[in-house]
Design a binder for this molecule. Structure first.
Ligand code: KG4
Ligand code: ZN
Length: 354
């Protein structure tokens, strides 16, 4: 790919993020303004609040990304922006900001699918990081985020064959809901990961939805079971009649471990089987839940045992960021893709599978 710089913008959910990417994969700068503190009091993302926060932060984030990259507009070859899937109001801010920059600076605009961004995070290198091998095709990609969960096969760049996806909740959604039931606040995913580390009893009390030989996934049964198991634990602790009473920390830790173990079991087993059945030469994983320590170490162990290289970005590149949009955008730019200044936000944009 060419050696120019790509300026990339991500605002699909609750992070305002802008990056500058060099050569298609080297991070020059990557700035993320998180809205977690803003949404914590309501226990979840309020779309209007998120869109307003993007408007408030997008210019300061650009300024920081620009300063960190030490770049000039002459070096910027194109502007990449997430145009879906995501929250309509949030997407609109990034898309219109990118269109304005593209018009003012007369640069090509590239609309990027957020899910493709999570996959292409596997190609990113940090500033100063030694070069290493790229993921090898054919590969299997596991994307586990707050809104999406699927397994896809890639035989080449930018081409996807869907192997399976969630029939109900996304993995991150399940983490967030069970985190709330356990009184761990928002977002539940990282909180469950932390709580599970101090678990003492490692009981396998949560169900696994194997769905036969299918590569589809399901987390709604697990969520229902979690509601029942947590209610029973509450009754055991003498809080049956008070749904707001906090459970003892050691009980929360054991339940967090049990839930996480059930999710990780299914994700790891299906990913490994998908890789074996398709003859994959590598595996990549991305999306917010890929920041989970237990999932990372279990998938690493199973892939190593079979001699299949696994590429998982560091946790901050698994959760939403601008650099991943730059990596996917650079690949699309190199393939000749250009979007017009009439690019629109597409809240339900699917991954272009064949
Ligand atoms: O990819 P992402 O940042 O945003 C979406 O595209 O949805 O994913 C956010 C999701 C949230 O559900 C969050 O709870 C989950 O990723 N998550 C985690 C961890 N860090 C973030 N889940 C489990 N363990 C973590 N360490
Ligand atoms: Zn995401």
């Amino acid at each position: 790919m060419s050696g120019g710089l790509i300026l990339s913008i991500e605002s699909s959910c609750d992070e305002t993020a802008i990056a500058v990417i060099e050569d298609g994969w080297r991070i020059r700068s990557n700035v993320v303004a998180s809205q977690v503190a803003l949404h914590a009091p309501s226990g979840g993302i309020v779309p209007e609040v998120a869109a307003r926060a993007h408007l408030r932060w997008i210019v300061p984030v650009l300024n920081d990304a620009w300063d960190d990259a030490d770049a000039a507009w002459d070096d910027i070859e194109a502007i990449a922006v997430t145009y879906g899937p995501g929250l309509a109001g949030s997407l609109l801010v990034g898309v219109n900001f990118a269109k304005a920059l593209a018009w003012v600076h007369d640069r090509p605009l590239i609309g990027v699918n957020h899910l493709e961004g999570h996959i292409y995070a596997a190609w990113l290198r940090d500033p100063g990081e030694a070069d290493r091998a790229d993921p090898i095709f054919p590969l299997v990609a596991l994307v586990v985020s707050g809104g999406h969960t699927f397994l896809a096969e890639m035989r080449d760049h930018l081409t996807y064959r869907l192997l399976g996806s969630t029939l109900d909740d996304a993995a991150g959604e399940a983490f967030d809901k069970v985190g709330r039931l356990l009184g761990l606040g928002y977002p539940g995913g990282p909180a469950i990961g932390r709580a599970a580390e101090s678990a003492i009893r490692h009981d396998r009390v949560f169900p696994r939805a194997w769905l036969g030989d299918s590569f589809d996934l399901s987390f709604s049964g697990l969520k229902t079971a979690a509601r029942r198991i947590i209610a029973e634990a509450r009754a055991d602790a003498g809080h049956a009649s008070d749904p707001d009473a906090a459970l003892p920390a050691e009980v929360v830790a054991d339940l967090a471990w049990g839930f996480q173990d059930a999710v990780v079991d299914v994700l790891v087993a299906k990913t490994i089987r998908a890789a074996e059945e398709t003859g994959a030469r590598s595996i990549v994983m991305g999306g917010g839940v890929a920041a989970n320590g237990e999932l990372r170490s279990r998938l690493t162990g199973e892939a190593e045992a079979r001699g299949i290289p696994l590429i998982v970005p560091r946790p901050a590149l698994c959760t939403d960021n601008g650099a991943m949009i730059g990596a996917a955008g650079a690949r699309r730019f190199a393939a000749g893709d250009r979007s017009g200044l009439d690019l629109d936000a597409r809240p339900s944009l699917p991954l272009a599978v064949r």
